[in-house]
Design a binder for this molecule. Structure first.
Ligand SMILES: Nc1nc2c(ncn2[C@@H]2O[C@H](COP(=O)(O)OP(=O)(O)OP(=O)(O)O)[C@@H](O)[C@H]2O)c(=O)[nH]1
Ligand SMILES: [Mg+2]
Length: 269
């Protein structure tokens, strides 16, 4: 058999969006300009404003939830789409403009090169200047999860609540099959570890949320801490296989509804 030709990777940016009008169009255009190899999929999570129209105007493929599922559900839809459409790499870029697409090439390089080879590369705010003033409560919560996950994974996890993360095909398969709901970022790191996928951090700066509403207000922050801490301890009890166990193939026709729309309307690759 002839040696395998290196193939061009299929790259997808998944942009979860819930009522992000006024920002989402800019986010889509920024990704296309700064990382032109990526197709852009906006997962509209039941928005009641002009998010869908603005995302389409920006040139994104748009997947719509008929009602709000939360960020975890939005991301899992994105990963299922990536799996069904044969993408090799998927990256989460939040629809509120906090994640800077200028880092995508660097993250992609870290996913594939030399000693940094990883299944998931994520952008951490806490290895240097975060780029904006991270609220104290958020820093503290982050520090607690950072200590717990660093102890569990035995590698430094400095920003476990960062949603700015890129996965390879193994990560796509894992997250398409199962993705945590309700503040999923921290739990997703434990899932990666439990499934023996390799994690790598790159230092990034982020933007403060411009406008729109954050999902984490003070009462919810307390719920966040308790819920995620419990989930971590339950996650620790789960079986840890010796090697990565891949996902079954996606059900055919799962994305038939969006497929017609995706053809021609989206992306660059
Ligand atoms: N708030 C919220 N965001 C959602 C939902 N579904 C998808 N998203 C998107 O998920 C992304 C992250 O949500 P944020 O509320 O910004 O969460 P965060 O970045 O951890 O919190 P902040 O630092 O306060 O912005 C944004 O792009 C949202 O538009 C949902 O049900 N609620
Ligand atoms: Mg945000």
């Amino acid at each position: 058999m002839a040696a395998e030709e290196p193939q061009e990777l299929r790259l997808l940016a998944i942009v979860p969006a819930y009522n992000e009008e006024g920002m989402i169009g800019r986010v889509v255009r920024d990704i296309k300009r700064q990382a032109p190899g990526f197709n852009v999929l906006v997962v509209d999570d039941g928005s009641t404003d002009a998010t869908v129209v603005e995302a389409e105007d920006g040139g994104a493929i748009v997947l719509r939830h008929p009602f709000n599922l939360g960020i975890g559900g939005a991301m899992q839809s994105g990963y299922k789409y990536a799996l069904a459409h044969g993408y090799d790499v998927a990256v989460q870029v939040d629809g509120d403009g906090q994640h800077k697409p200028e880092y995508l090439p660097q993250m992609l390089a870290a996913l594939h090169t030399g000693d940094a080879e990883a299944d998931m590369v994520y952008g951490t705010r806490f290895r240097g200047d975060p780029g904006y003033r991270v609220p104290l409560g958020r820093r503290l919560g982050n520090l607690i999860f950072s200590l717990v996950l660093t102890a569990i994974t035995r590698q430094k996890i400095t920003d476990p609540t960062s949603g700015f993360r890129m996965v390879n095909r193994r990560g796509i398969e894992l997250f398409a099959r199962d993705y945590p709901h309700d503040y999923p970022e921290v739990e997703a790191i434990l899932m990666l570890h439990n499934n023996r996928l390799r994690i790598h951090e790159v230092q990034v700066r982020m933007n403060a949320r411009g406008f729109g509403r954050s999902s984490i207000d003070y009462p919810r922050a307390a719920y966040y801490m308790v819920k995620v801490m419990l989930a971590l301890f339950v996650g620790l009890l789960r079986r840890r296989p010796d090697a990565f166990e891949g996902a079954p193939p996606p059900a055919t026709g799962e994305f038939a509804a969006v497929e017609a729309k995706a053809e021609g309307s989206g992306g660059t690759a």
